[in-house]
Design a protein around this ligand. Sequence first.
Ligand code: SF4
Length: 285
Amino acid sequence: MKIVVGKYSGFCAGVNYTYNRAIEELKKGNLYCLGDIIHNEHVISYLKSIGMTTIYDIKDIKDNSRVIFRAHGEPISSYEYAKEHNLDIIDLTCGKVKLIHNKVLKEKEESFIIVIGKKKHPETIGTVGFIINDYYVVENEDDINVAYSEFAKSKKRKIFVISQTTFSSSYFDFLCDAIIRKFNNIEIKIDKSICAATENRQKECETLSKKSSVMLVIGSKNSSNTKELYNIAIDNCKVVYFIEFIDELKNYSFSDNDIIGVVAGASTPLYLIEETKKYLESTCL
Ligand code: SF4
């Protein structure tokens, strides 16, 4: 048996920064986090145990409190609300997401904006909260027709396309080709703003899945980038297990001949990957 752990597995730079800053800030006292700080129950429980309260509606935060804006970013309306209610924002929006906010603020003056991403993902909600009018979120091919109608209704005559940072790289390319065909003769500027941390993981997952007899994907089922790794793995490997807790490994058996590829999303803590490896080594080697 061989166990191969993807080198890009675990926290990305943005999540690592968020996590470490949250711990530092919690040393100064209790605080709120608007939404799940990252999509991982282990991390949320730990931070709760040291004083962080996760809250899903900014209006439920008491005036004058400290609040984390997480790496996914927040719409402009959250900043405005925070100012009105004297909230002390600890802004941990990832720099790469901030860059997207700045780009849409610039481009929206002249262009209708297409955001390629998951409609309900907090990063997408944050990004469109900076655009406000004349935009459409494209999540699949059907959305392109709706985006076209919305564009036709607007006064804009150019298109700017941008992406959620954790969207599937190959599906982004596919949707962009379809957009170019649909918006034939219209000036289109495409910014593939998928984060390198996401692209590296997806490429590595594809390569590893092709070489492995079993793939283990570690992370939360509500993590967009981890789900994307799972989708890539099932396209390229016959046996794929998506686990969130180490205990779940007991449900599966492995053979001496297996080559086990292990990958983890950007919100999966390193210790979960190490524990998985230890479990496999202790039970199978
Ligand atoms: S995946 Fe990229 S954009 Fe998202 S938090 Fe991590 S480093 Fe930032």
